[in-house]
Design a protein around this ligand. Structure first.
Ligand SMILES: CC(C)(COP(=O)(O)OP(=O)(O)OC[C@H]1O[C@@H](n2cnc3c(N)ncnc32)[C@H](O)[C@@H]1OP(=O)(O)O)[C@@H](O)C(=O)NCCC(=O)NCCS
Length: 115
């Protein structure tokens, strides 16, 4: 079975606790000088402690070393924690995809960061 991990463009970073249990992860696709963040998530009991920011900042710094110039992502219009996180990291809204998300249906905001 092929998985995303078999694709050279797929990159994943994680944070673990003292018992090697996953606290947070971020996944992205890196193609040429662009990347798209697929997801970032912090374990519910570990949120609001700076881990999401730490992980996002670390992953983006590593990707910049690999030649990234432009970064994109989509986020639900109602996902205020993620929107705040991305805006704090320098992402700016550049578009809206109507009905992009399902269950429940919701628009997606497209965010971009250019170096
Ligand atoms: C979004 C998410 C990754 C943030 O992780 P986190 O570790 O809680 O975030 P941090 O503690 O590092 O906070 C960093 C910044 O994010 C923003 N933020 C995080 N949680 C927030 C909340 N509940 N309300 C408002 N802003 C929030 C703030 O700007 C914060 O900076 P500040 O502490 O200086 O105010 C986490 O809420 C999560 O896993 N959500 C579910 C998965 C998800 O929606 N992922 C995004 C998919 S697009």
């Amino acid at each position: 079975m092929a998985t995303a991990f078999d694709q050279p463009a797929f990159h994943a970073y994680g944070l673990v606790d003292g018992n090697d249990a996953l606290l947070a992860y971020i996944t992205l696709y890196h193609i040429a000088d662009e990347l798209e963040i697929i997801n970032i998530a912090v374990r519910p009991d570990a949120r609001r402690q700076g881990l999401g920011w730490q992980l996002l900042d670390h992953a983006l710094r590593e990707e910049v070393k690999l030649g990234i110039l432009t970064m994109f992502l989509e986020v639900r219009t109602s996902n205020m924690p993620a929107i705040r996180l991305y805006e704090r990291a320098g992402f700016r809204p550049v578009g809206r995809r109507r009905g992009y998300y399902t269950a429940p249906v919701e628009d997606g905001l497209v965010y971009e960061k250019r170096l």
